[in-house]
Design a binder for this molecule. Structure first.
Ligand code: NAD
Ligand SMILES: O=C(O)C1=N[C@H](C(=O)O)CCC1
Length: 254
């Protein structure tokens, strides 16, 4: 297999610095560029694949820059809502071919950890069987976005599974909540965001029926937990032209 040239955007950050080390240690991958805030991206030093790990405000611009140059992108940055995704689809339609002559591939991965992918898959599987469900995501206090990308994705999967099963809305008698104590509502699913010193990235999905509860919990204790997924995505993105949302699609876990 030919060597894959990789650039990391957001290379000084918590995830980016870990990704730099993981790429350097991975067989068949060569780190050709590491970019931080304010750096000129240019042609990304001839990279075949860019790993984008920055902030929601910068990510769409960075991804567009890569796509316009035929560079595949693995995106870990959160904040990719529907309007942003629609704009990216348009950019992909107009993209030049990649260095290998194939269509450009972009993966948006709300979570790279294998356990988190399974947690989301299990939650989608359980969703049709429970009357009530709520998502609690818990992260380090330096995180700038809420709810987490993982929680938004989980709520979307659960909502779709409930709709498909013809379930009614989640029961909730609340009529007075002036301070937003019931959390955010994403597609009809309540999501609660905790920010606590000492945490990394954690999520619980609570399902309830009369007389029983199912809790599905995932914990990332270290950012090392994300790196096998980042490397797998870098290796696979060129084989998946166009936009893919969710690493589970590459791994056959969906
Ligand atoms: N998909 C996953 O599994 C996963 C896991 C952890 C974090 N994340 C997400 O990854 C993103 C980064 O998280 P983090 O904890 O590393 O954040 P961080 O704040 O530690 O790092 C972000 C870095 O991006 C840099 N940056 C900002 N604008 C930039 C630009 N225009 N060009 C280049 N660099 C720029 C910042 O200077 C900083 O070094 C967040 O959106 C987070 O939610 C995703
Ligand atoms: O630390 C973060 O920030 C994380 N962001 C992603 C999210 O928002 O879901 C993945 C988990 C860690």
């Amino acid at each position: 297999m030919a060597e894959i040239k990789v650039a990391v955007i957001g290379a000084s950050g918590r995830m980016g610095s870990e990704a730099v080390r993981a790429v350097e240690a991975a067989e068949g991958l060569r780190l050709v560029g590491a970019y931080g805030s304010g750096d000129e991206l240019g042609d990304l030093a001839g990279a075949d694949v860019a790993v984008e790990l920055t902030v929601p405000a910068a990510s769409p611009g960075n991804v567009a820059h890569c796509v316009e140059r035929g560079i595949h992108v693995v995106v870990g940055t959160t904040g990719w809502d529907e309007p942003r995704i629609a704009a990216l689809r348009g950019q992909l339609d107009a993209a030049p071919p990649s260095s290998s002559g194939t269509g450009v591939g972009v993966l948006i991965a709300p979570n790279f950890a294998i356990g988190a992918l399974l947690m989301m898959s299990f939650a989608a599987k359980a969703a049709p069987y429970f009357e009530s469900v709520e998502v609690i995501e818990l992260h380090h206090p330096n995180k700038v976005d809420a709810p987490s990308g993982t929680a938004a994705r989980t709520a979307g999967l659960i909502g779709a599974a409930r709709d498909h099963a013809g379930l009614p809305p989640v029961p909730d008698a609340t009529t007075h909540d002036p301070d937003g104590a019931r959390g955010a509502q994403l597609g009809g699913i309540r999501v609660h965001s905790v920010r606590l010193r000492g945490l990394v990235a954690h999520q619980e999905v609570l399902f309830g029926n009369a007389g029983e509860q199912l809790t599905i919990r995932h914990d990332s204790f270290e950012r090392a937990s994300f790196m096998p997924g980042v490397i797998a995505a870098v290796r696979a993105v060129a084989d998946h032209p166009g936009l893919t949302v969710g690493l589970e699609k590459y791994l056959g876990l969906d």
